[in-house]
Design a protein around this ligand. Structure first.
Ligand SMILES: [Zn+2]
Length: 59
């Protein structure tokens, strides 16, 4: 999700624009904030703001 490759919303597939607010759903990494970028790339699920709204409604 960082760098040049584009990131898509896990639910709707919308591309997350640079600087757009988005949500990353992930387990808290065992190593804490160390290497968190790598951890997000491997196991983070990215959602756009509108899809996060839908997730909240489902609860
Ligand atoms: Zn979405």
């Amino acid at each position: 999700m960082f760098g040049k490759k584009s990131t898509m919303c896990t639910t709707c597939g919308k591309e997350i624009a640079v600087h757009e607010r988005s949500w990353v759903y992930m387990q808290y990494p065992p190593s804490g904030m160390t290497n968190i970028q790598k951890y997000i790339e491997l196991s983070g699920e990215v959602y756009c703001t509108s899809c996060v709204g839908k997730l909240e409604e489902r609860k």
